[in-house]
Design a protein. Sequence first.
Length: 124
Amino acid sequence: MQKIIPLIGRILISQIFLASGFEKIMNFEGTQKYMVSFGMPFTAFFAICAIVLEIGGGLSVLLGYKARIGAVLLVVFLIPTTLIFHTNFADQMQVIQFMKNLAILGGLFVVAGFGAGSFSFDKN
């Protein structure tokens, strides 16, 4: 049982990044408009970076291939994303989003620190 738990965790944590990355591809213009509403410059560049990090990092964690690196890349993505888009603490929904991202960061730090586990391409 202990060998399968890291796989289950990787499957669950990667889903939010894969879904979000594909959503950005399918609604690239909407993603840019959302970024502009927060005062972000160079939205096409940052949207493409987000897609690459979310899908690349998400697949890395999911498959357990270079999972530590993938987890660190997702941390690098998630910290500024959280600080830019989820710090309106007057809005209860944004507080929830902020706390959700902290929980995801915790899971990513576990993958970065301990690796992908037995059922992975990394097999550590």
